[in-house]
Design a protein. Structure first.
Length: 260
């Protein structure tokens, strides 16, 4: 597969460099990337994996600033963006992947989410791809297909990745061109949360024969693990509620508290 305007970007940082090799092993096994340039962005330590183009952002004042510095060094117009701690756990159907890539270019999409969370709001001519309505929360997420220039302009220095997915989505409220797949492009395992290994993901990696260096960070456990599970359950429940209802509830609460 070749496309002079499409690249793959793995966003990372120096402190997560122990994840690069196991992540890339899973990536090459599951993502049809042959013929496409693969970039891995970090701070001052380059990834030396064969076939990967390292990009260095230099000093790391915050996530958004580093991300913009990385994006500025890439020439491709559209990007498939992912994170180094989200390990691909299933094989991507190459026909479906090519179909999505064609959709990205034919519609000149700003962003296409490749996991349906939350689900899309409106149909398109393709039953497997939906549209996010203007004003919808979480219509902008780090991972997905992006228009590189639009993503650069959307990023605001000083924000974390989590800030970006909330505040960045607000900044897209009146912009068209945000889509999502109605079925996952692939399954994945989130390996790290708040600087700690996620135990269930580590167990999955062991069963898959994926070698991890567990000495670099602690394991999520105790109250932190319980709180993580509760937050995930709560988020999942809220995502099943119409976002228009959620926004209405929040606006009612703000008025009750005389808050902006």
């Amino acid at each position: 597969m070749t496309n002079n305007d499409l690249g793959i970007l793995i966003l990372s940082c120096d402190k997560y460099r122990d994840l690069w090799q196991p992540f890339l092993s899973q990536f090459h096994r599951n993502i049809p990337s042959e013929g496409l340039p693969i970039y891995l962005g970090s701070n001052s330590i380059p990834c030396e994996d064969e076939g990967v183009h390292p990009i260095l952002s230099g000093d790391d004042p915050d996530w958004s600033t580093s991300c913009k510095q990385i994006l500025a060094q890439i020439k491709e117009r559209k990007l498939f963006v992912t994170l180094e701690d989200l390990f691909p756990a299933s094989r991507v159907d190459e026909t479906f992947f090519l179909k999505v890539v064609n959709f990205v270019f034919e519609t000149d999409a700003k962003h296409v989410k490749y996991w349906p969370n939350p689900t899309t709001d409106e149909p398109t001519d393709d039953l497997e791809i939906g549209l996010y309505a203007k004003g919808a929360p979480y219509r902008a997420t780090v991972c997905g297909f992006w228009d590189r220039e639009y993503l650069m302009n959307l990023l605001l220095e000083g924000e974390s990745a989590w800030d970006f997915e909330i505040l960045g989505s607000y900044r897209t409220s009146y912009i068209a061109g945000f889509y999502g797949l109605n079925k996952p492009l692939f399954e994945f395992r989130n390996m790290i949360e708040k600087g700690c290994w996620i135990p269930q993901s580590v167990e999955w990696a062991k069963k898959e024969g994926i070698e991890l260096d567990l000495s670099n960070r602690p394991m999520l456990k105790g109250g932190s693990q319980l709180m993580s599970l509760l937050k995930m359950a709560y988020f999942g429940a809220m995502m099943r509620v119409s976002w228009r209802k959620r926004v209405k509830w929040m606006n009612t609460l703000r008025r009750a508290l005389i808050s902006y």
